[in-house]
Ligand binder design. Structure first.
Ligand SMILES: Cc1cc2nc3c(=O)[nH]c(=O)nc-3n(C[C@H](O)[C@H](O)[C@H](O)COP(=O)(O)OP(=O)(O)OC[C@H]3O[C@@H](n4cnc5c(N)ncnc54)[C@H](O)[C@@H]3O)c2cc1C
Length: 287
């Protein structure tokens, strides 16, 4: 399949990219790794008249600790995330989650910003970002604004990004030392999206949960934060009854779409199972 014709632009700075978006209007689309956009263009689900490639803007790449946060440029590739010693040490949930994304070819070009901005609930970063309490820097003609992950994902392929804004940076608070973590993902084969997946950060003290952060992939039109399950675990030992109740509360949020990965009942049940497994694995890593 061949995409419809388009004009290609390759700005060298964020300011130039924002100016281009403003002047070209709604017929322009940003291009990052192209692993979601180009398939849509080849199928002619998307027919932008202009592509604004962010790939030559060096300022959009990189991973750095800034105070008690890790800041990651939106054009940082999955491969760079996976290979980052800083992330492995400070935000291992992200390293683990990225390892589940597709295959080495997709990870070599796909970017953190593109995965988030696409607004696909089947992508893994949205739930990872919700569990981590991340914030996103959105840059537009009026400057920068910061939007928390839990206010960013509005619906299927719908986010808080305005048409003339670029997601430029992701900011992740570094979890306290000793925080348990796990990303459990059920997929049919290498390279597939999640049938269901759950991201967990967990803190425990004296055998009881002091803090839980739980987020779900591909369970609804957006990634979901399972806040009721989080609240139900507070102060409890992570025994069979607590796991069952947390899984039940996570499942009660699910409204998955039926597709080749299964019907709604199966996907909902798998979301419960991934939640249970992620909590158990995170608990085993708590110090
Ligand atoms: C075979 C295959 C399997 C895959 N499996 C998985 C998987 O298991 N898990 C997973 O998470 N993903 C998966 N993906 C998706 C992949 O991770 C994509 O790379 C990702 O969804 C989009 O990132 P990108 O950099 O390629 O963005 P692009 O495809 O270039 O862009 C995607 C969309 O986001 C917009 N955009 C991109 N960057 C920005 C920005 N900085 N600011 C504002 N808007 C922006 C674009 O305009 C476009 O609308 C898979 C893709 C393929 C082809």
């Amino acid at each position: 399949m061949i995409p419809a014709g388009f004009e290609y632009h390759a700005p060298r700075s964020v300011a130039d990219a924002v100016k281009l978006l403003g002047s070209l209007g709604p017929e322009a689309k940003l291009l990052a790794g192209g692993h979601s956009l180009l398939p849509m263009m080849k199928l002619r689900f998307a027919t932008p008249a202009h592509l604004v490639d962010l790939g030559r803007i060096a300022a959009l790449k990189g991973i750095a600790q800034v105070g008690d946060e890790v800041h990651i440029g939106a054009m940082t590739t999955e491969q760079d995330l996976l290979r980052s010693p800083l992330l492995a040490q400070k935000v291992p949930l992200l390293t683990e989650g990225v390892g589940w994304i597709s295959d080495p070819q997709v990870r070599a070009r796909g970017t953190l910003g593109g995965d988030i901005a696409h607004g696909d609930p089947g992508n893994d970063h949205p739930a990872l970002m919700l569990a981590l309490g991340a914030s996103f820097v959105l840059t537009g003609p009026k400057g920068e604004r910061i939007v928390k992950a839990d206010a960013f994902f509005k619906g299927l392929y719908d986010t808080a990004l305005a048409a003339d804004e670029i997601l430029t940076q992701v900011r992740i608070p570094i979890p306290a030392a000793g925080t348990g973590y796990s990303y459990q993902k059920l997929k049919r084969k290498t390279g597939d999206f999640a049938t269901a997946a759950t991201a967990v950060l967990l803190r425990m003290s004296g055998g009881k949960v002091t803090q839980a952060s739980i987020a779900l992939t591909n369970a609804a039109p957006t990634a979901l934060k399972a806040t009721a399950a989080e609240a139900a675990l507070a102060g409890k030992a992570l025994d069979e009854a607590a796991l069952k109740e947390a899984a039940r509360l996570a499942m009660s949020l699910c409204q998955p779409m039926e597709d080749q990965r299964g019907d709604a009942a199966y996907k909902t049940a798998m979301c419960g199972e991934m939640t249970r497994r992620a909590l158990q694995a995170a608990a085993a890593r708590c110090r």
